[in-house]
Design a protein around this ligand. Sequence first.
Ligand code: FMN
Length: 184
Amino acid sequence: MFSFAYAEQSQKYFQKLTTNNKTIIILGSSRSDGDTRAVAGFLLKNSAAAMIDLNDYNIGYFDYGNKNADDDFIPLMRKIIPRYERIIFATPVYWYSMSAVMKTFFDRISDLLKWEKDLGRELRGKAMAVVSCSGSDDLIDGFDMPFRESADYLGMEYLGHAHTWVKEGKISEKGKQRMMELFK
Ligand SMILES: Cc1cc2nc3c(=O)[nH]c(=O)nc-3n(C[C@H](O)[C@H](O)[C@H](O)COP(=O)(O)O)c2cc1C
């Protein structure tokens, strides 16, 4: 639990996430109650952001023949894209990279370039940010490159990346500070 004072301070710092309820956190971890969820929970508690957990959706690998047309990806995007202006991707660091759950989601953004172009075009001008989580503060350089480049390719503004880590269930203070800096 965070003290009231801390929540107040955070709200001041998380201004980007408190104005007009237009921020959504997309959580992509192999566990829905793990460290990355805890970090996303910190943001949720101190802002007006919404969150979805990719584990709650059936999203298959990208398929060149569009065989996934009937899974949850497109209906989910139809809900998210028109409603939100800022998307925060929250991912654990698995093997120096984003999680497979998150990467599978990212690959499916190709659907928006091939078969749902109008929806894909709506991403232009929206903003993207990344929050990563691991067990320590030793993230390799370039971790956020796929996000940054994807934002550029999609015509989205890239707000940046904050790395966090969780030890014995506690989010590192430095990680919290980074998120506050990113979203102030
Ligand atoms: C498959 C797997 C790969 C991992 N690879 C890394 C890694 O490359 N670097 C690292 O610092 N931590 C790595 N970790 C540790 C996780 O990043 C860390 O435990 C994180 O807090 C887990 O978040 P979660 O509870 O949301 O899964 C790995 C963990 C798993 C399960």
